[in-house]
Design a protein around this ligand. Structure first.
Ligand code: MYA
Length: 632
């Protein structure tokens, strides 16, 4: 169960009173003018975030990570990347065989060796440690190619560097980097060992335990992990375990998750056989066991008791890579579908002439465009030093994995019977894709994460308002600003956060739709907070729809930014991109409006109650309730 640990406590009554009083008595224009002069007085204690998504929970537009669309590569970096793209593509054309990998359930030595010698296992490791030193954008481009060609190989690469040793890169000490990074670039596989039978989505529920020796020189680790990608291959692992830690002030001892760098060579590390899976079969997935493993104290990663944060950091940091891979996979599926649709003649015409197929192809291409825009927007922002990208990264993982699933499914539909045949290649991709909605944080958990983190942010702002009312003279600016906002909203004169000046003129209407979504989203969040207060954390039917509205709103902003950049550069694809962005914004904004209506309408809330009851009935019975119409 997700907890929102920070206080969401609001004063709904106080807030309501405030809304009523101020909407009645304020002249909107005068109030708005006062806001401008008083703004400087505003004292904010809530942590301000640069994240677009976080801010829409307050109904604010924070465009600094949206406009302009990031272009973080220098000329030199572009050149380096181009030199790398060719050999990677050549590797997939000439050496790697995804069909053979899938059938064998492994990648042969020659293929792995080719990947090691390309430097593909150390893409982001600084050159001083033997890696290629790529930034996130360059990494995204490489992963995009991998996703196009072979997701199983992608997982072998990704489990190694996106999560396996990422902790060392992010929070390792200079000594840890010095010792381990050269090895993980030179033939030693890494793995990320978090999941246990008792700990899937609930990452804090780890049972593996590490006890510190009396002299403090080492820890002894016992426990086991399941479904570890590269678990049977890894020599170096990031392992999470509970460590009993005594608070020097209270003397109380508590288990706290701690991250360790564990070498197989320490002894006591073993693994089970490779798991038999639906897809990504060539990647190795295994249980890993730790029996009295002696870990030197200097192998604690990120500080004793800091393991949960280290794990979240690693996962947050790598999620954009998933979107980049999913973008490549979608491109592969689209290519297959288009090749077929433009050649297959039915009823006297190639099938791409029919509206049904046209709608499928257009929607596939738009989903791909959105996914690609997210992946490179997030990696670009990270490269520019952004720290506030967690919600966006989670969104990109959900969006990319769901889009890829849908795009692959539609590609199979376009190919008809041919799509269902193994030889066409889409059947393998569909199997490979299924796990992407599950691992690295299930999409369901990530949606709740997005909704609750955003709500917490909005809640902290409302709490600040509540505080401001206790001392109105000292907080006049904040109060007047809020009053003006509410007053204009109440009389229907509110102006949504306007950003048409940031987009290409042909996208002005789409930007207005996005802006309206931001405004009504902020309002819906506030209403939900006032209605549910702290119990919002238990309203998952509502939270999922709020998360969906956040996803739609962020994706609108991302494509508006990218299409604007393409238009400003006069790219040959600009008009096509504008078409896709316009179409996406029209449909996404309608979905936002619908989802926000749903969470605020009694009729729909009643549907949630009914759905919950249906599920409870069935779960109590352990099976569907009704007999079939024949009664036996
Ligand atoms: S690896 C295993 C994947 N497992 C997961 O991802 C676990 C999912 N669970 C979670 O993320 C958390 O437990 C949730 C937190 C979200 C449920 N960022 O009380 P809390 C802070 C930053 O709410 P919980 C795999 O699958 C929070 O603010 N901070 O915690 C390998 C609070 O802070 P404070 C966060 O109830 C697959 C504290 O933590 C985050 O447990 C192989 C406690 O919060 C966050 N996200 O709920 C893939 N969450 O104490 C290969 C919480 O300060 C890779 N917090 O208030 C391939 C990739 C490359 C692709 C290549 C292919 C070609």
């Amino acid at each position: 169960m997700i907890r929102v640990s920070k206080v969401l406590a609001l004063a709904p009554k106080g807030l309501n009173k405030f809304i009523v009083t101020h909407t009645r008595c304020q002249a909107t224009k005068a109030a708005a003018n006062t806001v401008k002069t008083e703004k400087s007085e505003k004292k904010s204690t809530a942590k301000e975030s640069q994240s677009f998504t976080m801010n829409i929970f307050r109904g604010h537009l924070q465009a600094s990570q949206i406009f302009p669309y990031p272009e973080p590569l220098s000329e030199e970096q572009n050149e380096t990347l181009k030199m790398l793209v060719d050999p990677i593509e050549k590797f997939f054309e000439e050496i790697n065989d995804p069909v053979k990998n899938d059938e064998n359930g492994s990648i042969d030595e020659k293929t792995l060796e080719a990947l090691w010698s390309l430097g593909a296992f150390g893409l982001q490791v600084p050159q001083e440690y033997g890696g290629l030193g790529l930034n996130n954008t360059m990494y995204a481009r490489c992963v995009d190619i991998v996703g196009y060609n072979d997701l199983g190989v992608g997982i072998t690469l990704g489990a190694h560097q996106s999560i396996g040793f990422k902790g060392i890169l992010l929070v390792g000490t200079p000594e840890q980097k010095e010792k381990y990074l050269p090895r993980v670039c030179d033939g030693k596989f890494a793995a990320f060992c978090l999941t246990e039978p008792s700990c899937g989505s609930d990452a804090g529920a780890i049972r593996s335990k590490a006890i510190k020796s009396k002299d403090g020189s080492h820890y002894v680790l016992n426990g086991s992990k399941i479904w570890i990608s590269n678990g049977g291959l890894a020599e170096i692992m990031t392992v999470f375990a509970q460590v009993p830690i005594t608070d020097p002030e209270t003397g109380k001892t508590q288990d706290k998750v701690t991250a360790f760098i564990v070498e197989r060579a320490f002894g006591g590390v073993s693994n089970g056989p490779p798991e038999k899976k639906m897809g990504i079969k060539c990647s190795n997935t295994a249980e890993v066991y730790f029996e009295d493993v002696k870990i030197p104290a200097e192998n604690v990663l990120g500080g004793e008791g800091q393991g949960f944060k280290v794990a979240m950091n690693i996962l947050n940091n790598g999620r954009f890579g998933m979107a980049a891979a999913m973008s490549g996979t979608q491109r592969y599926c689209i290519k297959k579908a288009v090749d077929h649709a433009t050649q297959r003649i039915q009823f006297g015409k190639t099938i791409d002439n029919y509206g049904t197929i046209q709608e499928k192809i257009a929607r596939m291409c738009i989903l791909h465009y959105v996914t690609e825009s997210l992946a490179y927007m997030i990696s670009g922002n990270m490269d520019k030093g952004s720290q506030d990208y967690h919600l966006e990264a989670a969104i990109s993982k959900c969006f990319g994995s769901e889009s890829a699933w849908w795009v692959c499914d539609e590609a199979i539909q376009i190919l008809g019977g041919m799509g269902y045949m193994k030889d066409t290649g889409l059947e393998r991709v569909l199997r490979d894709l299924r796990i992407f909605r599950i691992f690295e944080g299930t999409n369901d958990i990530l949606r709740l994460f997005v909704a609750l983190t955003g709500i917490q942010y909005a809640g902290s702002h409302l709490k600040e308002l509540q505080k401001a009312f206790r001392n109105p003279t000292a907080n006049l600016g904040l109060i007047v600003e809020e009053a003006a906002k509410r007053a204009t909203r109440a009389v229907g004169l509110s102006s949504p956060p306007n950003f048409i000046h940031l987009v290409h003129p042909s996208l002005a209407d789409s930007a207005t739709l996005c802006a309206k979504s931001i405004e009504s989203f902020g309002q819906a969040i506030e209403n939900s907070l006032i209605k549910y207060n702290k119990t919002i954390v238990d309203e998952q039917f509502v939270l999922n729809r709020l998360a969906q509205a956040a996803i739609d709103t962020y994706t609108m902003a991302a494509v508006l930014s990218r299409a604007t950049l393409s238009a400003s550069k006069n790219l040959p694809s600009a008009q096509h991109e504008i078409l896709m962005a316009q179409t996406w914004c029209t449909e996404a904004s309608s979905r936002v409006a619908y989802n926000l209506k749903v969470v605020q309408s009694g009729k729909h809330l009643d549907v949630f109650t009914k759905l919950s009851k249906i599920s409870k009935n069935v779960c109590e019975a352990g099976d569907v309730i009704q007999l079939n119409p024949l009664g036996y």
